[in-house]
Design a protein around this ligand. Structure first.
Ligand SMILES: Nc1ncnc2c1ncn2[C@@H]1O[C@H](COP(=O)(O)OP(=O)(O)OP(=O)(O)O)[C@@H](O)[C@H]1O
Ligand SMILES: [Mg+2]
Length: 444
């Protein structure tokens, strides 16, 4: 076969998929329209791992000549964000890119850019002795930045904007406003702010008057059909065959999270020594799925421990070990989770006096980053479930091995004794697989 592809370019659990990119039909039209509409600003949001970055990387590749991307970290200041964008434009305003592109920046704007660059550099060297902090010169206004970006026919992607301090989120909306107003001069100019959150307003705070010039796009977790397409694309590219049963198992264990799907498929190929497109079609056998599962658990067990420690830690001296009670109750349910009421009933079986307000509070907290985003909530079904299906397996094993001590009026969970988590999780999964396989066959 002449067109060999590397395994790591096909199944990509830790980077945006390109070769196996699956179109997101439910939101594609809205996204493409917004990207094409001059002056339209975008806020793209959704669960971590839902595929925001991948979707944008692929769509911008199709629709835009250039884009610049600023990644936000906790504590980043607004000045740093602006300076980052400014720096990334540098190649367009020096000789570097000129020859390969159709971009033609006017001499006047180029001089303005270089002038500001000199200012920034000199402010930097003046302060070099103390703190190395670059200062935003007054000339680098939002209008100026918009002009510099607009001239290059690029758009500006700001990743993980939810990490930016709240005070700056209104500032961004003001810059968006400037970008809107300059769309007459620069038709491609726009900001795309991305955040791993439940609502667009948590990404950017903006005024009502901007409503119809800002497009809010929610990227949902993947459905079964989309996940299957990743596997089908991978099969074709590698010249291998996943039997339907294995496809169904991978999809089942991915539970909407494409990264898990990529990861399991990758591990299967590795266990079969497939590193690139094979000459003669290989059919994947069941054994390799189980091996892949084990590898996956093995690789994630340390981080799973950390995730759970963060999610379950005791806040202060409270009557109930709240987080453990709630998570334990949730683990009794199937992967698609349970409603608040159902979880409450489950808790009551063990503790009749548990207040429902504690449950509400914990469910809320457990959806947040501060508690590892251990669970998610599905609006459509009204159910809470573990964010990652392997969290549920971990929880099951964890609570099977944890002892509850009664000390005076309190229930205290004793820390998990040293057990072999990997082995236990693995046998838990195999046990479940026997059941699931039957169900998957029935459902199709
Ligand atoms: N449309 C898609 N087709 C194929 N694979 C995808 C698709 N979208 C996402 N993936 C895969 O899913 C994983 C997560 O995707 P991505 O990083 O884009 O999510 P995200 O929403 O940006 O996450 P975060 O909020 O953590 O930044 C990656 O392994 C990526 O390759
Ligand atoms: Mg991302």
């Amino acid at each position: 076969m002449s067109n060999k592809k590397e395994l790591h370019e096909i199944f990509t659990p830790t980077k945006p998929a390109r070769l196996t990119f699956v179109e997101r039909d439910k939101i594609n039209d809205k996204l493409v329209n917004s990207l094409r509409t001059p002056g339209k600003q975008l806020i793209v949001y959704g669960h971590s791992g839902s595929g925001k970055t991948t979707l944008l990387v692929n769509k911008l590749h199709q629709l835009y000549e250039f884009h610049i991307t600023t990644r936000c970290m906790q504590g980043i200041t607004f000045e740093q964000i602006i300076l980052d964008a400014f720096d990334q434009l540098n190649p367009f305003y020096t000789e570097e890119i000129k020859s390969e592109t159709s971009i033609n920046v006017s001499a006047e704007i180029k001089n303005e850019y270089l002038g500001i660059k000199t200012k920034i550099n000199s402010s930097f060297s003046e302060k070099e002795t103390s703190v190395k902090k670059r200062v935003l010169p007054p000339q680098l206004t939002p209008q100026a930045l918009a002009k510099f970006i607009g001239e290059t026919k690029a758009c500006w992607v700001i990743e993980d904007f939810h990490k930016v301090d709240e005070e700056y989120r209104t500032l961004l909306s003001q810059i968006m406003k400037v970008f809107m107003d300059m769309a007459d001069d620069y038709r491609t100019l726009k900001i795309i702010a991305i955040g791993a959150v439940n609502t667009a307003r948590l990404v950017v705070k903006y005024d009502r008057e901007m409503n119809n010039r800002v497009s809010e796009i929610m990227v949902p977790l993947m459905d079964k059909v989309e996940l299957k397409e990743i596997l089908v694309k991978g099969e074709t590219l590698l010249n291998i065959k996943f039997p339907d049963e294995i496809k169904n198992l991978i999809i089942h264990y991915s539970n909407g999270i494409a990264a898990v799907c990529h990861n399991l498929a990758l591990n299967i190929c590795i266990s079969l020594n497939i590193n690139e497109t094979v000459e003669k079609e290989i059919e994947v056998i069941h054994d390799s799925f189980e091996k892949a599962l084990k590898t996956y658990i093995d690789e994630s067990s340390d981080s799973l421990k950390e995730i759970f420690d963060k999610a379950l830690k005791l806040e202060k001296q409270t009557k109930f070990d709240n987080y453990k009670i709630v998570v334990k109750a949730l683990s009794f349910f199937q992967q698609d989770g349970a409603t608040k009421q159902e979880i409450f009933q489950q808790i009551k079986k063990e503790d009749k006096k548990y207040p429902s307000s504690n449950l509400s509070f914990c469910l809320d907290k457990l959806r947040k980053e501060e508690r590892s985003e251990l669970i998610k909530f599905d609006e459509a079904s009204g159910k809470y479930s573990f964010y990652d299906p392997f969290y549920r397996v971990f929880a099951l094993v964890y609570f099977k091995n944890v002892v509850i001590k009664q000390t005076r009026k309190k229930n205290v969970y004793d820390e998990i004794p040293e057990i072999n988590l990997v082995e236990k999780m693995y046998s838990q999964i195999l046990e479940e697989l026997k059941k699931v396989k039957g169900d998957l066959k029935l459902s199709g």
